[in-house]
Design a protein around this ligand. Sequence first.
Ligand SMILES: [Zn+2]
Length: 491
Amino acid sequence: MNGLEYIASRLDAFYEELGREHYLLGAGLKSEPQIGEIYRKYRDLYTAETIRALEEALTMADGETSRRVRYLLAFAYSNYMQSSVSTLTEAYLMKEMETVVRVNGEELPFRKAMSVLQCIGDRDKRRGLEREISQKLGEMNHILRERVMCLHDIASEFGYRSYMDLYSAVKGINYGGLMSALDGFLRRTSSLYRDLLEDMLHGIGVELEEAERHDVYYLLNSAEVGGDFSRENLMPSFTGTLKKLGIDIDTQKNVILDLEERENKSPRAFTAPIRVPEEVVLVITPRGGADDYAALLHEGGHTEHFANTSPHLPAEYRHLGDNAVTETYAFLLEYLLTNRNWLEDFVGCDDAARLFLFQKLFFVRRYSAKLKYELELHAAREIEGMEEVYKDILDGILMFSNPPEMYLYDVDDGFYTADYLRAWIFEAQLKSVMMEKYGYAWYRDAEAGKYLIGLWRYGQKYSVSELANFIGYQGLNVDDLLDELQEGLAS
Ligand SMILES: [Zn+2]
């Protein structure tokens, strides 16, 4: 067995152990995490020597081999980086766990404070809590700063000009090109976004000019929509959607539904792809509420993608590759909540469509702002003064005030931000094609299900840009996303 085949053969074992561990921990079936041990056991997959050998192999590889080496290299770099900064990551998490936020005489653990912020109706109290959170973040930022500098140093040790250059080369993504397409999107949605935000803020008694981050999160969290988003209707609406697409999740032997209530089970739905495609677990604690529906449909998209991936693909294409691909399928099901027919069919009222479309517009703008900032942060050698850069960019694009202290907390490693953005763009393209073939209510057609299964079989072998070519586009194009939002949100 050559080096490449050896690494590939260990990938399945690594993901099986890791996936099972994540499942057991998240499902509340285990309390002592052993994730670090699993990473240590498979350390040979991502040492500096492995990276150098893969970089070397890449210069000689072509066609299929070059693709597989590239995916392994991205995997090796990302895990090598994570493990190099794991002490700092843990130090930060420890600090975060110890941190207590005091507001109005009440004491809240830091993370809890972050999550209750969006539920507080009283503006002064909410603002006070955000100020406290920001101050605590400011005190912890030195750890995150050291962590980012360490990641930047690793990129230069491997001969790259910057962290951004490394990821751009290894993932084969032109981030600058993506950003300029998004700049066009931002320009063309700016007045639509401003009008809607201003209008919605009025509903909670806040003027756009004085709006702050906490106001908008409260706004998004407190919006009420009509329709049956009860706990009882959650699973039937999900399995019913799949049935219309010709998929009977109850008879899929490789899909395990974990619905049981357990004390330490994650409140949020998640997918554990333990063995792809032989053993995929969808973990849910049904609560009800529109957000719970969105989370289940999203995770259900990941589950069906993994469960329908061809078992004959090499491990790299079943576990690695372009993450925007699986996020696209997750979004495709999640945004059924913006489809008026789907809402009528499953919750009996199409109220939620506008709210979810606005949320989509908000998140695409927010992630575009994040990417614009992350490109500045990760192209630089010096991160001094990045607080102001963060605030300027986010305030400008989102049109409300953001705390500068979040400038490192609000950053995703390895440009995952760009993967979500590419998924939002491709989801709209894929949906346009499906609507043309199967109509606006595409999910009612079992042929649409067959079409999706055909795409799911590729796993993550092809990137979203390649898949866009397969369905008749020339790569990614923001126009479909733009049309969807502009038409759906026009009053
Ligand atoms: Zn996802």
